[in-house]
Design a protein around this ligand. Structure first.
Ligand code: G3H
Ligand code: 13P
Ligand code: ZN
Length: 313
């Protein structure tokens, strides 16, 4: 494991013990990593830094490892490096071998038995290396007002299945589908998605009340940020996210890890677009990238303060 990192499970245990959650923030280049890691140091909160397979393909795994090795130096707060939505054993193994402290194997679109088999293979390898594993049950489809109960049953996480899945696979945390969705369009325009909180409580109870749960697709999609982007050349339509109060309610009901990517992308782009518009004559890309990094850092601090509130759950 890369020196300075702690296993993801240790951070989630801390969150559970403190009745709260931690932010898990995606990064995809040097500036976005600096924005989130500095925010975590400023707030002194345990934080999970995560990359997807596409971010790894973009950056190169060696660069991810090198940047993280520097980023964690001197941190007083606990930090984990997590693979977000790993699609197969090989990518999880590459990340474990490279020194990640946590991986997600996301085979939630496969049938239950295959999801169990593939997840178990990753867990066995990860455990030998002291690395934590997250997996997912259900589909992150969002919720439209008119979604049928049958459809909801078929795509959302089933509490009994969750109990069997965790028991069979021995994972460290479970991502649940309760009505969130990735990206900036999480519901019908002007109708924020309604999360199935009652289901979340049933899942938590089915798993004994303490097992760490993860909320993907949790961005707020702040209209201030989408408007700033759109006022400066962007075109982000039908943007709608998860209300802060719903994220807090999910934490109260047992979510311990809150995944945020879209919000940070929006903050970064708002900073970048404003800088490019304000200084069209400036060729120094550090000026523009610096403005983007600053906007993202401020937003990440705000998110960490929202998410990590000991005593909530
Ligand atoms: O769930 C993860 C992201 O929001 C999508 O990330 O574009 O890096 O694959 P990606
Ligand atoms: P958002 O698109 O809501 O930020 O979700 C990110 C996520 O779940 C990453 O795994
Ligand atoms: Zn996700």
């Amino acid at each position: 494991m890369i020196k300075g990192l702690v296993p993801g499970a240790e951070i989630l245990r801390w969150a559970g013990d403190n009745h709260t959650a931690v932010g898990a923030f995606n990064f995809s280049n040097l500036e976005t990593l600096q924005a989130v890691v500095e925010a975590s140091k400023e707030t002194n909160c345990p934080t999970i830094l995560q990359v997807t397979e596409s971010a790894i393909n973009y950056l190169g795994l060696e660069y991810v490892v090198a940047m993280i090795s520097v980023a964690v130096q001197g941190a007083q707060n606990r930090l984990a490096l997590h693979l977000d939505h790993g699609s197969n054993f090989d990518v999880c193994k590459r990340c474990i071998d490279a020194g990640f402290s946590s991986v997600m194997i996301d085979n939630s679109l496969l049938e239950f038995k295959q999801n169990v088999a593939n997840t178990t293979e990753v867990v066995e390898y990860a455990k030998k290396n002291g690395v934590s594993v997250e997996a997912e049950l259900g589909a992150l489809a969002g919720i439209e007002d008119n979604i049928s109960v049958d459809l909801q049953e078929s795509i959302y996480t089933n509490p009994d299945q969750a109990q069997k899945f965790v028991e069979d696979t021995k994972i460290d945390s479970l991502a649940v589908a309760i009505g969130t969705k990735h990206g900036p369009n999480k519901g019908a325009p002007n109708a924020p998605p309604k999360l199935d909180f009652e289901r979340l409580t049933r899942i938590k109870m089915a798993l004994g009340g303490r097992f760490p749960l993860v909320l993907h697709g949790a961005s707020a999609v702040d209209s201030k940020l989408t408007e700033l982007c759109n006022e400066h050349g962007g075109n982000i339509q039908n943007a709608i996210g998860i209300k802060d109060e719903d994220v807090l309610e999910a934490i109260r009901r047992g979510i311990n890890k809150v995944n945020i990517d879209t919000d940070l992308r929006l903050a970064f782009l708002a900073g970048l677009r404003q800088s490019l518009a304000k200084f069209p004559d400036k060729l120094d890309i550090r000026k523009h990238m610096g403005a983007a990094r600053e906007e993202m850092n401020v937003y990440a601090v705000r998110k960490i303060k929202l998410i990590t509130t000991p005593g909530l759950g």
